[in-house]
Design a protein around this ligand. Sequence first.
Ligand SMILES: Cc1ncc(COP(=O)(O)O)c(C=O)c1O
Length: 460
Amino acid sequence: MAATHSLSSAALSSSSSSFFSHSSFNAKNPKVSFPGTRFRVKCVATSQDSMTAYKTSVPRNANMAKLQAGYLFPEIARRRNAHLQKYPDAKVISLGIGDTTEPIPEVITSAMAKRSHALSTLEGYSGYGAEQGEKPVRALIGKTFYSGLGIEEDDIFVSDGAKCDITRLQLVFGSNVSMAVQDPSYPAYVDSSVILGQTGQYEKDAEKYSNIEYMRCTPENGFFPDLTKIPRTDIIFFCSPNNPTGSSATREQLTQLVQFAKKNGSIIVYDSAYAMYISDDNPRSIFEIPGAKEVAIETSSFSKYAGFTGVRLGWTVVPKELMFSDGFPVAKDFNRIVCTCFNGASNIAQAGGLACLSPEGLEAMRGVIGFYKENTSIIMDTFNSLGFNVYGGKNAPYVWVRFPGRSSWDVFAEILEKTHVVTTPGSGFGPGGEGFIRVSAFGHRENVLEACRRFRQLYK
Ligand SMILES: Cc1ncc(COP(=O)(O)O)c(C=O)c1O
């Protein structure tokens, strides 16, 4: 969703340098605030925008105009660049946007290279593939992640990533649905809902869009909303393990969620993009919960398992048991959208997906995930030893650190200015993230160790 506490780059660069000199403040002191201003995230018009005199006669999409800010992660990248301009010699470490850093295992890239080379031969060339994905890929995703759960190969749609599927699902739902979302949560759910016109205007005081039900997830409620207090909505976006809090829902909690959806006739869109990071016995898929096939869709991705954030490969499961109120299968409408808006995942990426799911590929992916999980432990230990309340981490590559009473954009800026480490301000994920910082465990080991050394220095 839109980041709500904003900070113009001018404000950041003009006010913060001397303020953050090491001797001038105690960084843990909640009373410390930035001189002059509460920061506001804004898409700043470039000089080119303001110089354009000619205007077309096309009205701007009113839903786009409702969006409050630049999408969170580009905004953070922008600030990182502004910081680099200010401190060209600084060794900036990014534990912010959550992009993977470690090389893709060779067993996977060699399969992609082979497929790529084959495209230069008459026998190996292929053009458009099935929009839903290649059959062997669908079958292997089913066997690997949904074995014994009653999910069939044709329930699985291979895609260019979970984020793209979230928007395609929103296209299926259209403008006339209401939606609920964990607060805080990955911004794509709220922003795509706004773009589709499912919401009202942004309410500045509440820092929420009207017609979205924000299900507050805090340490106090174990990061699971009190469903007895949540009004019915058509769609419920639910991400577990959650980005940004790093918490994952238990079997009992997911059972409650499925029963809640069933009672209300709602559809759950379950985002399991981090399921392979779960190390306890919490469910990896919503379809482990009895009855979920009648109320849930699941979207997932190779991005954070195999370093495919650039390669682009994901999937969405739409069980045939899931119906709209008129009895029409949701999968048929999703298929229609996929066929209209998408021409299938890259054949090279799909070769990579097949390799990921081979026995050697699975072992290699577990190796990469294990590496990031070690990073997570290093970050958690650091903040724990400094006396912070630290959440997440165990089942996700994200550490959620509390800074009571402080604006998360202030803390973000403080950490960037004093340590040259990019984190993510919790309020960028919704009002429930205020007072938290998300630290991503995606990083080279030496960078994570160095970042933690700097955190210790700053908050000792
Ligand atoms: C919860 C969640 N869902 C989806 C995505 C996007 O995944 P993909 O790269 O497959 O589009 C992300 C990426 O950070 C994420 O955190």
